[in-house]
Ligand binder design. Structure first.
Ligand code: FES
Length: 650
């Protein structure tokens, strides 16, 4: 097959691509991270590139104006290579920067150090242990086998009801014991109800005893290197999940993974990300890969499938059945993860196709199952997962929120990384009163929390109505018509932005966010109705997910994302996924509790079959809701708009 060279600027990276391949496919091979929110389906318009020279063929699309096409602007996913080409990837089309790391301090209740350890709820008993053993030499009166001698000594140190050893270790055991003078370190790991002797090393290597807690998110991957003896977190790292280049949400990734080759491609991307993070952690802590004995990972059901190379196809087909809810403990090396070659990896159990181990971890971290107080947990991301319950019962559901909370489907949207407007407030005339940008400096775009702020503010000053439509008289000169004929509000003019381009908000942007917030609010309301309760019955509402930390609760209520209850009931969890993984890593008690009392006790409520969800969803597509009585604290602010029938066109 004929191949052509594709050069990407400004990186000056050249790869060979077969004739007819898309520019996006060539970029993936070149390792150039291009935004592709829709996974190359041609429906997000985020993968714009500039073809500087060479022969390409572009499929028609509704995102580019004639002038842009004449200038060489193209969608990378639907532009195909038919000659040697040079392509420039502009800053706004790149996945760049590092995700914000949620601070451990964001957990304002039951920090891990208070929940695992002496006198705490869960005993300190890590899933992996290193025991230095000085074995008595065999004699004619004590001539039991080498393996049993080792087991005997081990069981004097720790309670191990059942032990096993792999053949590879057993084969080298006799020589190793004798050459080391019967002084060895046994690395043991918890594996599905038994304890495995994972590795035997000569001498005393017990001081180097590390594990990794991992949050494998759809958007970000976060890893903590943990000293299993002291429980101390030695280093933390985060990066964007490289699978983003093949789709922003779990559905687009499942759709992409339809062949074995593509499934492997997705697995390789996430495994490389994890290996990058581990390399950084090990270097920061001046440790060795060999010292890392165990990984506990938490992720949504699809991400765990993709990591383990399990086919996720049935997750999106009715009746939504995953391949495994509780995958077996595996050797990390089996999937190419670089720690101790015999180190183990455990994925926290999922509840259903759309409620994964990350949510189970959130519940563990909040401690919401410690008392009879009723709590609601909302994990916000491209998918929203909700859990209600207490010490006696738990019910969960999930709702697709769409990508807008993470900047997807928004004209100037971006993730919460350097350059993103994270908070903003407006003066009555629409000018900026205050704003903050992640990492400081001039803004590049707007992330989910900034978007919620902006919409709440536009509503407050009367610039949009409760349907999210611009009110021409109130917006003044900041409202204009775009090249594609849409009305757009200029938040920042190009002079004040990092890219020299205006940062705008269009009516479709506002509509996308309204659909996302409506989906989450409706899911919460249906879950409450399902258990025959109301929001007033809740003692606590926990907000989890990377986006959650930066959310302004008041504004989230004002747009109708969160219920209008006493604000003191809301608590931010931070990254509950990685914290829960860490608790399980450090305590077999905590893992057991998580498996039996949380994942095992949680009932899944399928929203797609709930009539209320289907019938009443459209009532949530207003700011904050068609029925202002559901938001009593806002009645004075927006009550007049209701009387004027702002919500009548549902
Ligand atoms: S339009 Fe190209 S990735 Fe979405």
């Amino acid at each position: 097959m004929k191949t052509y060279s594709v050069t990407f600027l400004p990186d000056e990276k050249t790869v060979q691509a077969a004739a007819g391949k898309s520019i996006l496919e060539a970029a993936i091979v070149a390792g150039i991270p291009i935004n592709s929110v829709c996974g190359g389906e041609g429906v997000c318009g985020k993968c714009r590139v500039h073809v500087k020279s060479g022969k390409v063929e572009a499929e028609p699309n509704g995102f580019l104006t004639r002038r842009e096409i004449q200038r060489g602007v193209a969608l990378a996913c639907h532009t195909y290579i038919h000659g040697d080409v040079v392509v420039e990837v502009p800053l706004e089309s790149r996945i760049s920067g590092l995700p914000q790391l949620a601070s451990e301090d964001a957990i304002r209740f039951g920090r891990i150090s208070e929940r695992v350890g002496e006198g705490a709820a869960f005993a300190h008993d890590p899933l992996a242990g290193r025991e230095y053993l000085e074995l008595p030499e065999p004699s004619i009166t004590d001539n039991i086998a080498d393996q049993e001698r080792l087991y005997r000594e081990l069981s004097l140190r720790r309670e191990i009801p059942s032990m096993q050893m792999g053949l590879a270790i057993l084969q080298k055991l006799p020589e190793l014991l004798r050459e080391s003078g019967w002084k060895v370190t046994a690395l043991v790991g918890y594996r599905g109800g038994t304890t495995e002797v994972v590795e035997i090393e000569p001498g005393d290597t017990s001081a180097r005893h590390l594990g990794i807690a991992l949050d494998v998110g759809t958007t970000t991957v976060v890893a903590h290197l943990v000293d299993l003896r002291s429980s101390e977190t030695l280093a933390t790292k985060a990066k964007y999940n490289s699978q983003i280049s093949l789709g922003d949400d779990v559905i687009s990734r499942i759709m992409y993974s339809k062949t074995a080759e593509r499934l492997k491609q997705l697995r390789d991307l996430i495994v490389n990300d994890i290996n990058d993070l581990i390399t950084g952690l090990v270097m920061d802590a001046k440790a060795k890969f060999h010292d890392v004995a165990y990984i506990v990972c938490a992720g949504n059901t699809t991400m765990v499938h993709l990591l383990l190379g399990l086919n996720p196809a049935n997750i999106r087909r009715e009746p939504y059945v995953p391949c495994a809810a509780t995958p077996p403990v595996i050797r990390a090396a089996e999937i190419g993860i670089k720690i101790n070659p015999r180190g183990l990896l455990l994925a926290l159990p999922c509840v259903s196709s759309y409620v994964g181990g990350d949510v189970v971890a959130d519940v563990l971290v909040t401690g919401m199952t410690d008392s009879t107080d009723l709590s609601l947990l909302i994990d916000l991301g491209t998918n929203g997962e909700l859990v209600i319950g207490n010490a006696e019962w738990l019910v969960c559901c999930s709702a697709s929120a769409g990508p807008s909370f993470e900047g997807g489907g928004i004209t100037c949207g971006m993730r919460a990384t350097t350059g993103a407007i994270e908070h903003i407030s407006l003066l009555p005339d629409g000018k900026i009163a205050e704003y903050s940008v992640v990492g400081g400096g001039k803004p590049v775009g707007i992330c989910g929390s900034g978007l919620i702020d902006a919409i709440a503010e536009l509503l407050r000053i009367g610039c949009i109505d409760r349907r999210g439509r611009f009110v021409r008289d109130e917006c003044g000169h900041r409202l204009r018509e775009s090249e594609t004929g849409e009305r757009e509000f200029i938040i920042f003019s190009g002079k004040a932005t990092a890219l020299g381009k205006d940062i705008v908000l269009t009516e479709p942007d506002i509509s996308n966010l309204i659909h996302s917030k409506g989906s989450i609010y409706m899911a919460a309301e249906c879950l409450m109705a399902h258990v025959d309760m109301t929001f007033d019955d809740l003692k606590h509402i926990y907000i989890a997910g990377g986006f959650g930390n930066y959310l302004d609760i008041e504004r989230a209520v004002e747009i109708g994302l969160l219920p209008d209850v006493d604000r003191s009931r809301f608590h931010f969890v931070g990254n509950g996924s990685v914290q829960g993984a860490k608790m399980a890593l450090l305590s077999r008690d905590a893992l057991n509790y998580l498996q039996v009392r949380i994942a095992g006790a949680m009932t899944d409520f399928e929203l797609s079959s709930d009539h209320k969800y289907m019938n009443e969803y459209s009532s949530c597509l207003f700011l904050p809701h068609t029925n202002i009585e559901k938001f009593p604290s806002l009645r004075g602010k927006y009550g007049k708009a209701t009387e004027e029938g702002a919500g009548t066109s549902a």
